[in-house]
Structures are given as C-alpha cells and as structure tokens.
Write a new protein. Sequence first.
Length: 182
Amino acid sequence: MATKAPRIRTGLLGRATIVVALFALAIAVAGCGGSSSSKGTSTTAAQSKASAVGNPPPEWAANADAWPAHNYDISNTRATSKASIDSTNVSKLNVKWRFALKGASVFGIFSSTPIVLNGTVYLQDLNSNVYALDRDTGALKWKHAFNEPSIGPNGVSFGYGRLYGATETSTFALDPANGHVL
C-alpha cells in the first residue's frame, strides 16, 4: 500500500505560509551572527548590544531620567531602574492628571507608548493625531490633527530636533515646540 505524499498548498494561503516561513528563517539566520574585534579581544555584551541597535539621538542623553523613546530606550527594555517606584510604594500612587482622548475605533482610541522629553509628554492616537501635554499638569500644549484612522500601533519618536511618526499612508516630521509639519 503506497502512502500519499503531503500536498503543498499553492493558493494564497500556501504562498503566505511560505513567505512567513522564509521570513522566520531569515531572522533566525541573522540572529546567529557573532561579533569580535580585529585584535582578537572579545567585546562585552553591552558593547555588542549597543552596536547591534545603533546609537540614540543626542537629545536622549539630556533626558535620560525621562522616557525618551517607545519602550524607554533604543534597546526597547521597557523599564528603568532609575525610578523610585517599587513594590513597596506602588500601592500608594495617586492619579496626578488625566487627558481624555476623543474618538473610537474597533481597537479603542489609543495603542502606543507615550514619550517624555523636556517636560513634555508626546503621544499619538489611533486617528493619527499627535498631542503634546505638559508633564506636570497634563495641559494640552498643542495638537496636530491628521484625522486618518489607523489600526496602529501608532506612536511618535523624537530625535535630531524632530518628532517623527506615521499615519496609515504616510510618514511625517513635526516641530516638537508647536506641532507644525516640517
């Protein structure tokens, strides 16, 4: 009795599966590389990680005690060890201010990590609108309305004197002082 060979799908689902598999393979192969210096001395883990992710914009150094990027830093650590909040005092925290976002989508209205630089909180909603809020009071400093719904996650980043982001169909750079498109 002959056994049937598994059938390879050739339709859209089959092609998508092949593309995903090839992409996963490419990521796995890229992650296998190592690094060493030309003098034969090994680099530290921190140096290797820093060179793998690049260098942050110069403004980040001045805001190291804030939250200068999505997920905190260029390595996406999502945590800071510089905060005084810990398991012994987190239950004593109170709301300092609130900022209401208007609108709605299938996924809500917000899907991002705000960034904090120079006393300003920058965020982008799922309608691609960008807001600058005073860190201490929550007061709106400015808003740039794109009003272009997006499935997200949306968010802005800051570097080299500009606030960068994207809508569903385009990218933008804003002046962080006033929200004007650069």
